[in-house]
Design a binder for this molecule. Structure first.
Ligand SMILES: *Cc1c(COP(=O)(O)O)cnc(C)c1O
Length: 353
């Protein structure tokens, strides 16, 4: 049945091995991020087989799905007060920036005779989550030190998400300096400095990652083999572990520009067309309701995506060399947003290889 995403877990395992090896050589542990594929258990197991040290997701609902996989679990998105109970139940480590929430986590952990570990998030300028103000950070650490049931595992930061800020030696070294300062307040060493996501990987190759950074949270680089600071493919990785397959339901020779007065399309926009003459067009049974179509790329470079409505994808197949028929299937590579939207979609079948 189509549309379908075919997932090659061996390719994901290979990517993960390649990157975990690179990280291990630099003394860096990897928490493998499962959110882009809704924490599908088979894919998560491929991560674990490849030697990651934890699984991480932004949603409790996803962590619940992988609760039976025996490995440390991290909650990536700051916990909501309304889910504190489940945070303690389904995660071992969570990223935090709000003292009021940490206090509630402490209460719940004590109730369950657990110690919940936290990574205190520091905002280095990307302006998504994290404590920005130095005094607030110091005060938070002092207060958390007095809480039972909570241990500060480390500090961390997140970059290249909201503000698009690129990790560099300079900004990440601020985290190292902060760590040294906070250790003076705490009685113990800070075990972990979590230096970001897939956008920090390129610094390893350039030998510009401060050596005290000993942890990364990686998603996109594992599933697509892509570092996300500059968008380069990482050596010895696959970018096609996820393949979208869509079925052809019509093939016709038609003009390239619609005929008649142009009003609005299915999404309320007035479309503009370039007249390229008569073309061979096909329709695939997939549309905007199924997947973010900006995130799909035909494998065959001779296929051009013309547009789509809610349920129909229209392709120009004039230049395609082989014969295509109704019922044939067209393969697409997926970008991060393609994988995310497709894996989340109830209309897209998933096949694990
Ligand atoms: C999603 C996420 C990551 C992983 O990001 P990638 O770019 O996919 O590696 C890391 N940290 C946090 C806090 C996240 O939300």
């Amino acid at each position: 049945m189509y549309p379908k995403i075919q997932i090659n877990t061996n390719k994901i395992k290979h990517n993960t091995r390649t990157i975990v090896e690179k990280c291990t050589d630099s003394n860096i542990k990897v928490s493998a991020v499962t959110k882009v594929f809704c924490a599908n258990e088979d894919i998560a197991k491929a991560y674990v087989d490849a030697g990651v040290s934890a699984l991480a997701d932004s949603r409790i609902k996803n962590l619940k799905k992988i609760k039976d996989i025996k490995i440390e679990k991290w909650l990536l998105r700051l916990p909501s007060i309304s889910e504190v109970k489940d945070v303690i139940k389904y995660s071992d480590v969570s990223l935090n920036s709000e003292l009021s929430v940490i206090k509630l986590l402490s209460k719940e952990a004590i109730k369950n005779i657990k110690v919940h570990e936290i990574i205190l998030m520091v905002d280095l300028g990307d302006l998504r989550e994290g404590i920005f103000d130095k005094d607030e950070l110091i005060n938070t650490v002092k207060e958390v030190k007095a809480l039972k049931g909570i241990k500060i595992r480390g500090i961390g930061t997140n970059l290249t998400c909201y503000g698009g800020i690129i990790p560099k030696y300079e900004n990440l070294n601020k985290l190292v300096k902060i760590k040294e300062e906070l250790e003076k307040i705490l009685d113990h060493k800070i075990e972990t400095i979590s230096g970001g996501n897939s956008s920090s990987l390129y610094l390893i190759d350039k030998d510009e990652l401060p050596k005290e950074i000993n942890q990364l949270r990686l998603g996109e680089s594992l599933v697509l083999g892509r570092e996300t600071a500059y968008g380069n493919q990482i050596n010895d990785t696959f970018d096609d572990a996820f393949i979208l397959k869509a079925e052809i339901i019509e093939i016709k020779t038609k003009p390239s520009a619609p005929i008649g007065e142009i009003g609005m399309d299915a999404f309320g926009k007035t479309p503009v067309f370039e007249d390229k003459g008569i073309m061979k067009r096909c329709i695939c049974a997939i549309g905007r309701q199924d997947i973010n179509l900006d995130g799909i790329i035909p494998f065959d470079e001779n296929i051009e995506i013309l547009g789509a409505s809610g349920d129909h994808l229209i392709l120009d197949i004039t230049k395609v060399n082989k014969e295509l028929n109704v019922g044939d299937v067209i393969d697409f590579k997926l970008t991060y947003s393609g994988i995310l939207s497709g894996m989340t979609s109830p209309y897209v079948y998933k096949e694990i290889l």
